[in-house]
Design a protein around this ligand. Structure first.
Ligand code: ADP
Length: 434
């Protein structure tokens, strides 16, 4: 219901066109009114005055019929009638008599407010009537003015329509994009043709669709990976069940079940962290956390060394989650160290904007091309080698989620000639404390 109403009833395009049209028409009305109220009357006054003066001047020369007729040949658009003691004459039939005019029996109305007839006493007695023919040129001007107005209105309508249509083109594209996305088409991408707000909105939409696409791809990949990883232990268990009962198989079955349990637990943890659930933030001394974590690795080859920062490193963290991160990183550092490796090093540093913990080893290292992928779930540089060392490739993705839930980051880099370093960055709070 609501959708239908939005679709049919309210169009920004129609609203804008109406608003701009109303404004255009209002302006035209304003200009017309201005001319009608201010310019028109003063023009009429001028004409009226001129006609009166001309009439007076002509009457002063006491023209006869011939002289009055010759006025037209001199370009004056005037008809004259004379009514006097010596008789009456008129240059054209149909002019009212002096008596009729004096008695007010003739309408003086004119297209404009200028009087039609001018009555002037004649020096020789009697009176002249001058009928100035202004109406023609004014009628022509009037018609032109109306045509011009009609043309202006048509121009305003057309320009408004074209301009608004062009302006709103990105909005239409965006609308279509959203509709297509709503239908589940994730390959939708709308053209970014302008650099204004619409352009920025279109690029934001495109990158949002890109992120949604990536997220869904990651989910699909995760599903495929989980099924793949579960298949091997399940097959082993199925085979074991088909064979005659054998006591030696029990420990193997138990190992497979434990492995599967661990994987499911890690996957659940990954999901919980995605939604940011189960986080308990407390202000912690990071050096204390590092000492606790390294404690568990004392005595293992090639050893571990902690390098503290020059000042105390406090941060708001979930103590348990950060312990898991540190344990994962240390476990990997020990796991991938070689017989002749230098001790694993955990160093803390206090930057201006962030506190950092760096866990570096002198082990086998990660090939440059794989560094960007180590945080993806189930990614292992060498699947067979890692399987031997007992990992599903979920540890680092959990570390990444934990750090993101803290508003921090985890990055990987090469350490020394062959080793690897993971850097945890904790953002400092705006109040200057960390
Ligand atoms: P796993 O449980 O397999 O170790 P992780 O997510 O912790 O899973 O690590 C993913 C992969 O990254 C590992 O399989 C390994 O190939 C690589 N890796 C992680 N840490 C190190 C390290 N310190 N040195 C070399 N390779 C590492």
């Amino acid at each position: 219901m609501a959708e239908a109403r939005v679709g049919r009833g309210t169009s920004v395009f129609a609203k804008l066109v109406t608003a701009m049209l109303a404004m255009g028409l209002f302006l035209i009305l304003l200009v017309t009114l201005f001319f009608g109220v201010f310019v028109g009357p003063s023009l009429n006054d001028l004409i009226f005055q001129l006609a009166r003066e001309y009439s007076g001047a002509i009457a002063a020369t006491s023209p006869g019929l011939e002289a009055a007729r010759s006025l037209r040949s001199r370009g004056l658009k005037v008809n004259v009638r004379y009514d006097g003691p010596s008789g009456s004459w008129s240059t054209t039939p149909g002019l009212p008599s002096v008596d009729d005019l004096r008695a007010g029996r003739v309408s003086q109305n004119h297209l404009l407010v200028v009087p039609r007839y001018y009555l002037v006493d004649a020096p020789q007695g009697g009176a002249y009537i001058f009928a100035w023919n202004f109406s023609r040129p004014f009628q022509v001007a009037h018609a032109w003015l109306l045509a011009l107005l009609a043309f202006m209105i048509a121009l305003v309508v057309l320009t408004t329509y074209v301009v608004i249509r062009r302006l709103l083109a990105p909005l239409r594209a965006l609308n279509e994009g959203v509709a297509r996305l709503g239908e589940g088409q994730l390959d939708v991408s709308i053209p970014v043709s302008t650099r204004d707000e619409f352009g920025r909105l279109s690029s934001a939409f495109n990158s949002m669709v890109g992120r949604v696409r990536l997220m869904l791809r990651d989910r699909d990949q995760l599903l495929v990976d989980v099924s793949h990883e579960l298949r091997s232990p399940l097959t082993r268990m199925k085979v074991a069940l088909e064979l005659p009962p054998d006591e030696t198989q029990r420990p193997r079955l138990a190992t497979d079940i434990a492995e599967m349990e661990r994987m499911v637990a890690e996957l659940l943890e990954l999901e919980r962290l995605r939604s940011g659930r189960g986080m308990t933030m407390e202000r912690q001394d990071l050096l204390g956390l590092v000492h606790e974590a390294t404690q568990e690795f004392q005595g293992r080859q090639p050893g571990v060394r902690v390098v503290a920062a020059s000042s105390a490193l406090m941060a708001d963290v979930d103590r348990e989650k950060i312990r898991i991160v540190l344990r994962n990183l240390l476990e990997n550092a020990f796991k991938y160290s070689l017989a002749d490796s230098r001790p694993v090093e955990v160093s803390l540093s206090n930057g201006a904007e962030a506190a950092a913990i760096r866990v570096s080893d002198d082990g086998v290292g990660i090939p440059e091309g794989d560094m960007g992928r180590v945080f993806e779930p189930f990614f292992r540089v060498d699947a067979s080698r890692s399987k031997r060392t007992g990992g599903y490739g979920l540890g680092l993705s959990i570390c990444k989620r934990v750090m993101e839930a803290h508003g921090g980051r985890i990055t990987v880099e090469r350490a020394g000639a062959r080793g690897t370093a993971f850097v945890l960055t904790f953002p400092k709070r705006n109040d200057g404390r960390s």
